[in-house]
Design a protein around this ligand. Structure first.
Ligand SMILES: Nc1nc2c(c(=O)[nH]1)N[C@H]1C(S)=C(S)[C@@H](COP(=O)(O)OP(=O)(O)OC[C@H]3O[C@@H](n4cnc5c(=O)[nH]c(N)nc54)[C@H](O)[C@@H]3O)O[C@H]1N2
Ligand SMILES: Nc1nc2c(c(=O)[nH]1)N[C@H]1C(S)=C(S)[C@@H](COP(=O)(O)OP(=O)(O)OC[C@H]3O[C@@H](n4cnc5c(=O)[nH]c(N)nc54)[C@H](O)[C@@H]3O)O[C@H]1N2
Ligand code: SF4
Ligand SMILES: [Mo]
Length: 752
């Protein structure tokens, strides 16, 4: 397959504008809506409540919801502008088939023909090369019903083991760490517990830009006297208002947690009763952190010894506390160990499972929580069950009406699927809700692998950069065009409500999957008539699992303003705070509050290992990557929304004035960042808010502006998360002849 020309002509120019486009924008100026639909924002895991205003089946505006307990009327800039995408001229209104002679490389195809062709290609590839030769990549922005259906489609209809999802790039280190320590993978507390914390510890989370509403909780805690500790190589907006900032070198968080624990032990800032009665493994851990003296911790982390002692004292002596972390400590080749290090200092303090005492990993994607519970992960079955566990397989086989032996075994992670393409083991791919060409590390490799596929079909509502390599594209649905549940950052299951119908030939994603099952001649188990029916089966499939949704109904979600799982029967109110003393769970069965047969949490030894690629003379700087407030993930959605583009039109390289002076780079100059994978030339952004040995590039842009040309494809051995947060780099004033993408439009085209 050939690559498309860089400058994509918009779908709109080729097939005519979506009829709603102009009216959508014009009507926003004060015309009364026909109806108002209560739902949630499509972007981040906080899932703010919003009301969509609809007129003539077009979303014309929105209001934040005051009645949703989490955001109570607050929104961030992305949520405010989200509704503009529905009427965007790039919206896919028909299926597309690759046609090199057509403008832009695609021609419209009828939906039915595209489904038929997809089915026949799947059949061909699987019969010639085996079932595992066809792979699925799915996403955690999908509703939980769709995520469940994708897992079932892979295992029951295609019977391929090769399915994984984009949460592999996001939540898996946190998930693995939580499972190892607590036996369950969910934020342990509702956010209201932040307000009563005496100390709030934030590691590797740019809260104000990436979880903006959480800032309000942290600030409220501060107003009530809490001390805020932030650990980050950059003084992010939340760090500017904290009480203690620990400017860590990227990739060294375990060393810090071990050093803090060592000081807690030395000063007996421990909850001995809790450790004795509710945990196992403390003595061995205590032994292992003895080497982490404040001096050694300071040497490894780059944080002043005094600051480490201060943090340990505040944390150690607090009566209540809340520790939260996000991808800054998780996107590492030892991401799971970092998470375990964080949990160790929480468990040693005994401050969990009580009001004002909490721990949480900040969920990323809109359904980053629900999307990782019900079987679209390569090793998982619904209810957070384990695909290798014979009892779990038997239970799900029964729900699905299949033989347990017919359910494939565990598959491989999303990046490994690309390595399997390289080895010729995977020949065909279906992707939905995933843009790996922009979001996977070392992404020039990813692009080559896409072109190596015999057949690739993508389901999306925009022609994202990955889909530009597809043979067929099926037009899926926007958030507001379907209903279903998602689980937000706190573990609260909430309901997305449908506001409008999909336009043109676009279809709700779950219908497309069912249509494929029918076209493949295997419709059994794929005859749901609405998401509500899928949810009813999901309730049953999750019953008795750790992620038990069996007591949740759509009606109960509406009535209660959301239901926290686990929720084991219809009279059960749900579980806002996990691990409360005396609480029951299906694994411990009364033995204790944690999800292990003895009811006890696990301390885990978390040894320090340096990043996979450390600095050296050739590449003396650390490159870290992440986000800015106005752009979302691979940018497919937010790069099309004009006001968001204006806030941050292109990626820049953040560097400290000392480094800038040394390299002769001024703010606004073109500078070239290089790693062993590639080079990228962007404008320099000289800021005092970053360590002088570290540079930062946001990753929301494609093509030659893509930060993932530079990142390393090293992965955590347990979670398989990529090491986006640190690799060795060098920086220079733009090399003569190095190109920039200033005049190209594929990063920001067609915005409204
Ligand atoms: N505006 C916006 N909001 C978003 C998203 C978005 O794309 N845009 N995406 C959503 C998603 S899916 C996710 S996963 C979350 C991500 O939310 P965050 O994890 O908060 O965001 P990141 O920018 O990936 O990284 C967080 C911080 O980690 C720091 N960091 C880098 N390396 C290290 C390290 O080694 N140690 C420590 N302690 N810190 C380090 C970075 O400087 C950065 O400030 O945001 C969600 N919300
Ligand atoms: N360098 C670097 N790379 C990173 C990160 C980093 O910090 N640094 N962060 C990583 C993280 S945490 C994440 S989560 C990933 C995200 O990486 P991706 O998942 O690739 O990013 P998205 O932009 O969410 O791509 C999702 C696609 O799904 C489509 N989509 C959204 N909702 C729906 C839907 O309901 N139905 C359908 N059919 N399609 C839908 C969107 O249009 C978009 O094209 O990126 C990772 N990549
Ligand atoms: S904070 Fe997250 S959920 Fe809330 S409006 Fe912003 S992007 Fe949407
Ligand atoms: Mo994420």
């Amino acid at each position: 397959m050939a690559r498309l020309p860089q400058q994509q002509q918009s779908i709109n120019e080729r097939y005519g504008p979506h009829p709603a486009f102009s009216t959508g924008v014009r009507l926003a100026t004060g015309i009364e809506p026909d109806r108002v639909v209560k739902t949630h924002c499509c972007f981040c895991g906080q899932q703010c409540g919003i009301e969509l205003k609809v007129k003539d089946d077009v979303v014309i505006g929105f209001e934040p919801r005051e009645d949703f307990a989490f955001n109570r009327g607050m929104l961030c800039p992305k949520g405010v502008k989200r509704y503009l995408q529905g009427a965007h001229p790039d919206r896919l209104l028909t299926a597309l088939a690759r046609d090199e002679s057509a403008p832009g490389g695609f021609r419209p195809m009828s939906y039915e023909e595209a489904v038929r062709r997809t089915a026949s290609e799947i059949n061909r590839i699987q019969s010639e090369h085996g079932r595992d030769a066809f792979a699925i990549l799915s996403g955690a922005s999908l509703t939980t019903e769709k995520a469940y259906l994708m897992g079932k489609f892979a295992r029951v209809c295609l019977r391929t083991s090769n399915i994984d999802y984009n949460g592999r790039l996001c939540m898996v280190s946190a998930a693995a760490g939580n499972k190892k320590a607590f036996g369950i993978d969910r934020a342990a507390n509702p956010w209201s517990d932040i307000l009563d914390a005496e100390v709030v510890w934030i590691s590797g989370a740019n809260v104000a830009e990436c979880a903006p509403i959480t800032t309000n909780y942290v600030w409220q805690a501060r107003e009530r006297g809490a001390r805020i500790i932030v650990v980050d190589p950059r003084i992010t907006p939340i760090a500017r208002t904290c009480d203690l900032f620990l400017p860590i070198k990227p990739g060294r968080d375990i060393a810090l947690f071990n050093g803090i624990l060592n000081l807690m032990i030395e000063h007996d800032w421990l909850d001995r009763d809790f450790i004795d009665n509710h945990t196992v493994g403390f003595e061995a851990l205590a032994e292992s952190v003895r080497e982490w003296t404040p001096r050694r911790t300071a040497e490894v982390t780059g944080i002043a010894e005094r600051a480490i002692r201060q943090a340990a004292e505040w944390w150690g002596r607090a009566k209540t506390s809340f520790l939260m972390h996000a991808r800054g400590i998780e996107h590492h080749s030892h991401g799971v160990q970092n998470v375990l290090g964080a949990i160790n200092i929480v468990l040693a303090s005994g401050r969990i499972g009580r009001p004002g005492c909490g721990y949480a990993t900040i969920t990323g994607q809109g359904n980053g929580q629900g999307g990782r519970e019900h079987g679209q992960k390569c090793d998982q079955l619904p209810g957070a069950r384990d695909i290798s566990n014979p009892e779990h397989r038997a239970y799900i086989a029964d729900v699905w009406g299949v033989d347990a032996d017919d359910i494939p075994g565990p598959g491989v992670d999303a990046y490994e699927i690309f390595r399997r393409i390289d080895r010729g083991e995977v020949r065909g791919l279906l992707s939905i809700c995933f843009n790996p060409k922009v979001s996977l590390p070392d992404n020039n490799f990813v692009a080559r692998m896409l072109d190596k596929l015999e057949f690739y079909v993508a389901i999306d509502f925009f022609l994202n950069e990955t889909a530009q390599h597809a043979d067929l594209v099926l037009p899926g649905s926007l958030h507001e065009e379907d209903e279903g549940v998602v689980t937000q950052i706190e573990g609260r299951v909430i309901k997305i409500n449908k506001a409008v119908d999909p336009p043109g030939e676009a279809r709700q994603d779950w219908r497309i999957i069912q249509d494929l099952a029918h076209a493949l001649g295997r419709p059994q188990g794929f005859t749901f008539s609405d998401p509500g029916e899928i949810f009813e089966e999901l309730r049953l499939a999750s019953k008795g699992g750790v992620a038990d949704y069996s007591g949740i109904t759509y009606e109960k979600i509406e009535r209660q303003g959301g239901v926290f799982w686990p929720c084991t029967d219809e009279n059960h109110p749900g579980t806002p705070r996990l691990f409360e003393p005396g609480s029951w769970n299906p694994v411990a069965r009364g033995a204790g509050p944690f999800y292990f047969p003895d009811g006890r949490a696990r301390f885990n030894i978390a040894p320090y290992t340096p990043p996979t690629e450390d600095v050296d003379d050739e590449y003396p700087l650390m490159l870290t990557t992440g986000r800015v407030v106005s752009q979302f993930l691979s940018g497919t959605q937010t790069r099309r929304i004009g006001p968001l583009v204006e806030q941050y039109p292109e990626p820049r390289i953040e560097l400290h004035p000392q480094l800038a002076e040394k390299l002769g780079i001024r703010d606004g100059d073109w500078a070239t960042a290089e790693t062993r994978r590639g080079a990228i030339t962007l404008r320099a952004h000289v800021v005092k808010t970053i360590r002088p040995d570290t540079i930062f590039i946001p990753y929301h842009w494609p093509g030659r502006q893509s930060a993932n040309q530079l990142t390393i494809a090293a992965q955590d051995p347990i979670s398989k998360i990529p090491e986006y947060k640190v690799c060795a780099a060098r920086l220079s004033v733009r090399k003569a002849g190095a190109s920039t993408e200033q005049t190209e439009t594929n990063g920001t085209n067609g915005r409204i």
